[in-house]
Every structure is written in structure tokens, then in C-alpha cells.
Design a protein around this ligand. Sequence first.
Ligand SMILES: Nc1nc2c(ncn2[C@@H]2O[C@H](COP(=O)(O)OP(=O)(O)O)[C@@H](O)[C@H]2O)c(=O)[nH]1
Ligand SMILES: [Mg+2]
Length: 330
Amino acid sequence: MPPLCYRPPTMSLAEGVLAGDRRQAARLLRAIDDRQPAAEEALRALFAHTGRAHVVGITGTPGAGKSTLGNGLIAAWRARGLSVGVLAVDPTSPFTGGAILGDRIRMQDHALDPGVFIRSLATRGNLGGLSRATFDSAKVLDAMGCDVVLIETVGVGQDEVEIAQLAHTTVLVTVPGLGDDVQAIKAGILEIADVFVVNKADREGADRTVFDLRAMLEMRRALLSAGASAWEPPIVPTVATRGEGVDELVGAIDRHRRMLDESGERTRREAARAKTELTQRLSERLLERSLGALAEREGSIDDLALRIARRELDPYALADRAIEALGPEV
Ligand SMILES: Nc1nc2c(ncn2[C@@H]2O[C@H](COP(=O)(O)OP(=O)(O)O)[C@@H](O)[C@H]2O)c(=O)[nH]1
Ligand SMILES: [Mg+2]
């Protein structure tokens, strides 16, 4: 008989994720969010098992209907036999806390379906907004075997641009009835969206919004010279609350996925993403190491900064010394 407190050796986090253990996956996502060292070890082990999922980003202003639409997308993908992972990115701002709760409730429809895995991310303490924690979390869902990974982010600041870097297909959700709303879609956003949705098409002005959007896209296309992408971003009107237009949206996303595969664009996007990830990771690590080594020799970054401010040290020489502090092997 084993002693009373005996516990059999448990699976590692990575093994748990690969075996489809949802609790282990949830633990790993928390570890990523909290930047625990265990997360990196697991991600290393999972990396070879990633690259299969189609990552779809959905972005747009708060209240545009992203979560409601996400709910419809989940149902449509499930009906097609696809498993779905969802990451709802919850910006650290306390003002948006309620919105995520609402998202959770709306997505409860799928809470008992083993083919659906939904988590919200805090991305706390992450200056880049989405970035690292979201990249890594998407990999967990991918390794877990989700066919589609849907990432919902609020379209503020840099997030749209970052989501486009992370996702294979970026869906921008806009709504009618805000006057010159379409004009407010920044040029940068036009570039990054692969599929446009005009949600709340039950409201007045939806046709106008579709028309304006199309005109903007055509104008942009005319400005671009030959050699530009052959993909014409479709504009899909939807009424998310009634599930209208969801099948068309699924179709548009699927066409985009096929275009990526057939044109080689998928590989190009993944390489661009890998480059960002590699440079981020490298700079983080080098910074951490050199600041650590510098602290041992000369003092903490705050002390050094104060001495720079007092003109006792100069930042140029100190930066050189921080690099030297890494040692001769660098
Ligand atoms: N009239 C109308 N309301 C909608 C539609 N889609 C979503 N809503 C409502 O808009 C509000 C915000 O939706 P939500 O999905 O939380 O937006 P999110 O902040 O972009 O995730 C909710 O009250 C929804 O019921 C739609 O197509 N038509
Ligand atoms: Mg939402």
C-alpha cells in the first residue's frame, strides 16, 4: 500500500495540453498570463505541435457586436464539425471589466460543449497590449487541437494592428448609424482587415455603411499599383443577434483561409509573426540579463537612472558597460 499522502506522478503541463486536458490547458494559460517560468518550459515542449489551427482575429469598437458574432461563429463552425478555441482579450483597464463578464455570459451557450474552449486573458502588465501573452495562449489552443482559434480584442489603440500580426484572418466589425463612422476607420485599419463586417444591419444606414466602405476599399485599390494582393476584402452585413449573415461570414473566412494556403501567403504571414516574436523574446531576454549583470556590478537601474539624471554618469558609457556586463561570450 502506498503511504496515505502518496500522489502518482502527474503529467507535465505540456503533456496535459496535448492529451486535451482542459484543466491543464487553463493552468498553462494562467501561467502565461502571470509570466511564470513553468509557462515557457511548457511552450517549448508544445511548439512542435503548433501551426495547425486557423487563427481568426475579430476586432472593432466596444459594443459593435464582436462577442455576439463570435457566439454565432462558434455555432457555425461546430455545425461544420470544427473544434473552436476562443480567447477574449481583456485589457487591463478596470472600465472594461464588465464587458468581459457579459462576453462570458453570452458565450455560456457553448460552455458544456467539449469541442469549445473559451478563456479570457487579462494581458496584465504587458505594455504591448496584446502581444506576447496572446501569441503564446493561441499556441496552447492550437497544440490542444482546436481547428479554429478565435481571438476577440477591443479595437483600441495598437490592438488591431497587433491582432492582424497574430491572426491568419482579421475580421473588422463596424456598425451603421454613427454618421461619418466609416470615415473614422483609420487608413491603417483598412490595410489590416481581411474581412469587413457591417453588424447591426437591422439598423438604419447599414446599406450606406456598406456602400461607403466599398467605395473606400475601391479607392484604395485603385491607388495601389499592380502587384498588390489579389485578395479583395469582402464586406459582410450581419445581424449578429439573429444569426443573420453568419454563414456568409464563415464562408468569407474560409475563402480567405484557402487563398492564404494556395498563394503561399500563410507562410509569409507566419514568418513575419515569427520574426516579431523572435526579436521581442530576444530583446526581453538580453535586457533582463544585462540589467541583472549591471545591477551586480554597478547598482539597480533606478539608482543608475538617478545618477544619470544628476549627471554623475552618462547613458552612453553605461549602455556600453551593460553590454560588456553580459560577458565575453556575447
Ligand atoms: N440591434 C442589434 N444589436 C446587436 C447586434 N449584435 C449585437 N447587438 C447588441 O449590441 C450589444 C453589444 O454586443 P457585444 O457582442 O457585447 O459587443 P462587443 O463589445 O463588440 O463584444 C449587445 O447588447 C448586443 O445584444 C445586431 O446585429 N443588431
Ligand atoms: Mg465583447
